[in-house]
Design a protein around this ligand. Sequence first.
Ligand code: AP5
Ligand code: ZN
Length: 219
Amino acid sequence: MRLILLGAPGAGKGTQATFLCQKYGIPQISTGDMLRAAVKAGTPLGLAARKVMDSGALVSDDIIIGLVQERIAQADCARGFLFDGFPRTIPQAEAMKTAGVKIDYVLEIDVPFAAIVERMSGRRSHPASGRTYHVKFNPPRMQGVDDVTGEPLIQRDDDREETVLKRLQVYSDQTRPLVDYYANWAKADPQNAPKVRKIDGLGTVEEITARALAALGGN
Ligand code: AP5
Ligand code: ZN
């Protein structure tokens, strides 16, 4: 299975990725998680990316495309992968098309912007694994602590309200157009284009996982 999860910041891409990757036995490729790891490690990429991410803008296409190309060349991607937060611009999608990277499904998780700010303000993350919780909607078993490792959870730097609003604007301007991009491609070339599916992202985490699996053909 080769899958793209598309959706606004806070739509639940990372949350659903955990379940879908387990179900299909594929790695989660989150460009956001990769960038945050680089920031934490203090690499040149991390130093350059930090300011951009904290402002809510996008890191340059060249950097992201290079990161992803390197990642999907690794052996664990041979059986498939899930892209979480990539592609995020038309040039990023075009780069995958040009490179002949075949994608089975583009799954859009639709959540109204009004619900998103509350989701982001309560989000807590376990950076090492990418596991994501919410203080109210999806709490860890023990407050402030990851369920699996027992390590502390953190709050992301870009979850301040003004940055969230900027990220939503960037999503509308630069990422949402990908929905039409993939729909048009599917119309023009159904053999090679990914199948495009959209699910309602409001409800419990379990309900949305069930919708996602149904949208992906239940297999
Ligand atoms: P990235 O890490 O990709 O952030 P994002 O797309 O803004 O998405 P989020 O991770 O904020 O949300 P999510 O959809 O994963 O939601 P989650 O499951 O956590 O990118 C960060 C930055 O990196 C970007 O701004 C950019 O600068 C840079 N970047 C990354 N990729 C890039 C690229 N390709 N090109 C250029 N720049 C790039 O859920 C959110 C919260 O809601 C959690 O607390 C969760 O517990 C809760 N929740 C989940 N499901 C539900 C539910 N059903 N009901 C209630 N609460 C729920
Ligand atoms: Zn995420």
